[in-house]
Design a protein around this ligand. Structure first.
Ligand SMILES: C[S@@+](CC[C@H](N)C(=O)[O-])C[C@H]1O[C@@H](n2cnc3c(N)ncnc32)[C@H](O)[C@@H]1O
Length: 247
């Protein structure tokens, strides 16, 4: 059991609401930031319990920024936590938020979970994430829920939108992708990790990929390797020719 789950199971204070498989994923990507001066943004503070859990997990050096549309969230502010009240679907608010926060190492989107909220938040705040930071959007199942603007393969759902990230990651290998996607994504994104209802994006400065060969060549250069299907077709043709000759 990791420390986050242990805290949750013994939660002594404000309410936390989580899907149970999230704890493992959080710990997998957040552990390296523990006991550092990580700048952590949580969109959607709920009852305030998750912020208490993050404080307990990351330690005293960390700085926290809670964002919520509900003005009650102001009550969760303290010497380590700054709270911003606003709508994560509003790009003007998000830009102001980004301007007021010195840096963002981790962003956790657990806000309203509608498609425009998740997409606007990603588009405004992903470029602001530190070079080796982490962007995590959760409750992606709303991409399949009508009430949130979702539906299977529905254009404009966050899941459909984020599938394009796979193309964007491969900008280096295709003129077509280069035209369609900002090169910046490939230059700053290390990996996309999908879990049930979660997308975790790890950032890292990336160079154009290249291949190398080391060691001695072992294949005889003159002999092309025939794929099995071609070998079979050639054998079939030879048999057919033999039969023809016999006639
Ligand atoms: C699922 S709760 C957050 C739960 C909390 N993170 C936890 O783990 O216990 C979602 C929160 O998002 C907030 N919210 C809903 N729509 C929002 C919006 N458009 N912008 C910012 N916050 C929003 C709600 O007020 C609510 O506090």
């Amino acid at each position: 059991m990791n420390d986050l789950l242990r805290y949750f199971e013994n939660n002594p204070d404000r309410m936390i609401h989580k899907w149970m498989h999230y704890f493992d994923v959080y710990d997998r990507y957040f552990a390296k930031f523990r006991d550092t001066d990580v700048h952590f943004v949580e969109i959607g503070t709920g009852n305030g319990g998750s912020m208490q859990m993050w404080k307990h997990y990351f330690g005293k050096k960390a700085k926290f920024y809670g964002v919520d549309i509900n003005p009650y969230a102001k009550n969760f502010a303290d010497e380590q936590v700054k709270v911003f009240i606003g709508d994560q679907g509003d790009r003007t608010f998000l830009n102001k938020l980004a301007a007021e926060i010195p840096r963002i190492d981790i962003l956790l989107d657990d806000g309203g979970h509608s498609m425009t909220q998740q997409i606007n938040t990603f588009e405004v705040l992903y470029p602001k994430i530190s070079a080796n930071g982490v962007y995590l959007c959760e409750d992606l199942h709303t991409s399949y829920w009508k009430g949130y603007g979702g539906g299977l393969r529905k254009r404009g759902s966050f899941i459909e939108y984020s599938k394009n990230f796979i193309d964007h990651l491969h900008t280096w290998h295709s003129k077509w992708v280069k035209k369609a996607a900002p090169e910046e994504f490939a230059k700053s994104t290390y990996a996309l990790h999908y879990y049930d209802s979660m997308l975790v994006i790890e950032k890292k400065p990336m160079e154009k990929p290249y291949t190398r060969m080391t060691g001695k060549a072992t294949l005889p250069p003159e002999e092309p390797v025939e794929p099995p299907l071609i070998r079979r077709a050639v054998r079939g043709l030879k048999r057919a020719l033999k039969k023809e000759k016999k006639k």
